[in-house]
Design a protein around this ligand. Structure first.
Ligand code: FES
Length: 106
């Protein structure tokens, strides 16, 4: 069973579970402030669930993820991924950066 490490929290999920849904189910969120309510609900179009994978090897980006992460304020130059597009297949250490989209580096 893969484990997700997010801040001080550690949660377990089934292989193939969606990262965003798993975080929300465990009362964690890949969204900052108002985007907890204002988001595309996992369609991959708003970009507000962007997180950084600090450790772990997720699958390749989906097409919509690739598109959204190349659209401002995101750029292809960051290591951000969209939590709503990731199927958890192995242990992941993730972090959320500040900013409406989580796009700002501390
Ligand atoms: S929730 Fe909108 S892109 Fe992930």
């Amino acid at each position: 069973m893969p484990r997700i490490y997010f801040g001080e929290k550690e949660i377990e999920c089934k292989s193939g579970d969606n990262l965003r849904k798993t975080l929300l189910k465990n009362e964690l969120s890949p969204h900052n402030s108002g985007t907890k309510l204002l988001n595309c609900m996992g369609l991959g179009s708003c970009g507000t669930c962007a997180i950084e994978i600090v450790k772990g090897e997720p699958h390749a980006k989906t097409k919509i993820e690739e598109w959204r992460l190349n659209f401002p304020p995101h750029t292809s130059k960051t290591k951000l991924r969209l939590a709503c597009q990731i199927k958890v297949e192995g242990d992941l250490h993730i972090c959320k950066h500040p900013g409406f989209w989580g796009e700002k580096r501390p």
